[in-house]
Design a protein around this ligand. Structure first.
Ligand SMILES: [Zn+2]
Length: 497
C-alpha cells in the first residue's frame, strides 16, 4: 500500500464515521432535550443507537484500517495533521480490537439495561436491585484491563482510555498533594467566623432562560454556530464544527443554572475555536477529556467565580431580579464560593469538588485490584466520605447510587474532572503573564482571555497530546502546584484563614 492510498483510506473512514456521528448526535440531542422525542419511544430508539455505534466500530476495527495506519507509522514525510490522524487510528484500533466483538456487544446491552435499573434503584434508594449489574460491569472492566494489558496497575489500562498516558502512579501523587491542601484548608474554614450570605430565593425557568442567553453571549459562545437547549442533566456536544450545542437545566436554583451554563459554554467555546481545517483529519475535538474539562472549569470557576466577574454578574442580576437589589459584589463573590462539604458531587463547591473525585478514584482502584466486592461498596463509599469530607450519606441515592458513570460502564473517567481543574490553574498562571484578565473581566470583556485560550489550547483540537498542549502553552509539564496555590490563596482570602 502506498502512502497516498493509506491516507485516502483513513480520510474516507473519517468522513464516514463523522457522517454517522452527526446523525447519532442529533438523535441523542433529540432524545435528551425538551421538545424532542417522547420518553416512551426509547425502546424503539435504542436499536438505532446500537446500529450506529456498530457501524462506527466496523470502520475502526478493520483490516484495511490497520494496514493503512501501519503503512504510515514512522513515515517522516507526513504532515503533523496526517501523523496525528494515523496516531489516533492506531490508538482507537488498539483500544477497541483488544476486546472481543461479541463481548463488547454483550457489554453494550448490559450497560443499557444497567442504566435503566440504576435509574429505578436511585429513585427508591435501593442498592440491592442494581448490585448484580455492577458486579457484571466491574467483572467486564477487569477483563478489559487484562485484554488491553498494563505495566504497573490494571487501572492504568482504563485510565488511559480517557486521558492518554494517565496512570495510578501520577494520580496517587496528584491526589495526595491535593488532599494535603484541601483537608487542612477545610478544617480551618470550619472554624472561621466568615459567614457568607446565601441566595435563598427560587427562580422560574423563564427568568433564568433570558439570563442564560445573555451570559452565553457574553462569555463568547457563538450562537450563530450553535444552539442552547433544555434538559435534565446539562451537557455540551459537537455535531460538526459549525454546530456545537449546549443543554441547560433550570431547576429553580438560579446560580446553579448560571454556573452550569458557563461550564458548558467553556466546553462549547473550546470546540468552536478548533481550526476548521483539522476536521477532515478527525482532529476537531480535543483528544483529552482532562483538557476539555480544563476549559469548562476555567470558565466556570476561575473566571466565573472570580471577584472580577461577580461584579459583572451582579449588574446583570440587578437589572432582572429585585431580589438582588441590596446585594454587594463582595457578598455575591462569597456566596458563589461557599466551601461546605456536601454529599452530591455535581452540586459540590469548587474547594471540595476534588474530594468527591478522590472517593471514586480510591474505590475504582480497589475494584480493579479485586480488593472489594460489590456488596461492600455502599459501606466503603460511606466510610470514605466520612474520612475525606467529614460527612456520610443516610440514603444510597445520595451516596453510591448518585452517579450514572458505573451503570454506564465508564470506569476510569472520574479522575479527568480533577485533572482538568488542575490543568486550568496551570493555564491561568501562564495566561496571567500576558493578559490583565481581572481588569478585562471586570469590564465584561472576555476577548483577550478567549483569544489566549484559542491560540494556545482550542485551535489545536486533537492535534497534540494533552501533555504537549500544556508544555506549549505554559512552558512546563503538568504541575499540580499551581492548583494547590490557587486554592490556598483564593479560599484563604475569602475565609481569612
Ligand atoms: Zn464538563
Amino acid at each position: 500500500m502506498t502512502k497516498q492510498e493509506a491516507l485516502n483510506i483513513l480520510k474516507g473512514k473519517i468522513a464516514e464515521t463523522q457522517a454517522i456521528g452527526q446523525l447519532s448526535n442529533v438523535f441523542h440531542w433529540d432524545s435528551t432535550t425538551d421538545g424532542g422525542a417522547p420518553k416512551t419511544s426509547f425502546g424503539y430508539r435504542s436499536a438505532s443507537i446500537a446500529f450506529s455505534s456498530g457501524e462506527q466500530y466496523k470502520r475502526i476495527v478493520a483490516d484495511d484500517t490497520r494496514a493503512a495506519f501501519e503503512t504510515l507509522e514512522g513515515d517522516a514525510s507526513l504532515t503533523s495533521e496526517e501523523a496525528a490522524m494515523a496516531r489516533d487510528f492506531a490508538r482507537a484500533y488498539r483500544l477497541n480490537s483488544a476486546i472481543p466483538k461479541a463481548e463488547l456487544e454483550k457489554f453494550s446491552a448490559l450497560t443499557t439495561e444497567a442504566d435503566n435499573a440504576w435509574r429505578a434503584a436511585k429513585d427508591k434508594s435501593d442498592y440491592a436491585s442494581v448490585e448484580s449489574y455492577f458486579a457484571r460491569i466491574f467483572d467486564f472492566v477487569r477483563r478489559v484491563a487484562d485484554w488491553r494489558g498494563y505495566k504497573d496497575h490494571p487501572y492504568d489500562a482504563l485510565l488511559d482510555e480517557y486521558e492518554i498516558g494517565l496512570t495510578v502512579r501520577t494520580l496517587d501523587g496528584f491526589f495526595g498533594e491535593l488532599r494535603g491542601t484541601i483537608v487542612p484548608l477545610l478544617r480551618k474554614i470550619a472554624h472561621s467566623d466568615a459567614k457568607p450570605r446565601k441566595v435563598k430565593e427560587r427562580f422560574l425557568p423563564g427568568q433564568q432562560r433570558i439570563l442564560t442567553y445573555r451570559l452565553a453571549d457574553m462569555v463568547g459562545f457563538d450562537s450563530s454556530r450553535g444552539r442552547v437547549g433544555e434538559t435534565v442533566h446539562p451537557y455540551s456536544m459537537m455535531i460538526n464544527p459549525d454546530d456545537i450545542r449546549i443543554a441547560i437545566a433550570y431547576n429553580g436554583d438560579l446560580l446553579s443554572g448560571l454556573y452550569s451554563t458557563i461550564h458548558e459554554c467553556g466546553h462549547a467555546i473550546y470546540n468552536q475555536g478548533v481550526r476548521k481545517d483539522l476536521y477532515p483529519y478527525g482532529l476537531s475535538d480535543s483528544m483529552s477529556m482532562g483538557m476539555h474539562e480544563s476549559q469548562s472549569r476555567f470558565y466556570e470557576n476561575i473566571i466565573g467565580r472570580s471577584r472580577a466577574f461577580t461584579g459583572v454578574l451582579l449588574r446583570l442580576l440587578k437589572v432582572r431580579f429585585p431580589y438582588f437589589q441590596d446585594w454587594s459584589a463582595d457578598e455575591l463573590y462569597s456566596a458563589v464560593n461557599i466551601a461546605d462539604p456536601s454529599l452530591i458531587r455535581t452540586e459540590a463547591d469548587e474547594l471540595t469538588y476534588c474530594l468527591h473525585i478522590m472517593v471514586r478514584y480510591e474505590i475504582e482502584k480497589k475494584i480493579l485490584q479485586g480488593e472489594v466486592n460489590t456488596n461492600e461498596l455502599p459501606e466503603l463509599w460511606n466510610a470514605l466520605y466520612k474520612e475525606y469530607l467529614g460527612i456520610s450519606p443516610k440514603k444510597h441515592s445520595e451516596g453510591v447510587l448518585q452517579d450514572t458513570h458505573w451503570s454506564g460502564g465508564a470506569v476510569g473517567y472520574f479522575p479527568t474532572y480533577a485533572l482538568g481543574t488542575a490543568y486550568a490553574a496551570q493555564l491561568l498562571n501562564a495566561l496571567s503573564k500576558s493578559v490583565d484578565w481581572k481588569g478585562d473581566i471586570a469590564k465584561g470583556n472576555f476577548s483577550k482571555v478567549h483569544g489566549w485560550l484559542k491560540e494556545n489550547v482550542h485551535a489545536h483540537g486533537g492535534l497534540f497530546l494533552p501533555e504537549e498542549v500544556l508544555l506549549k502553552a505554559t512552558g512546563e509539564r503538568f504541575n499540580p502546584v499551581y492548583y494547590t496555590k490557587y486554592l490556598n490563596e483564593k479560599f484563604g482570602a475569602i475565609y481569612s484563614v
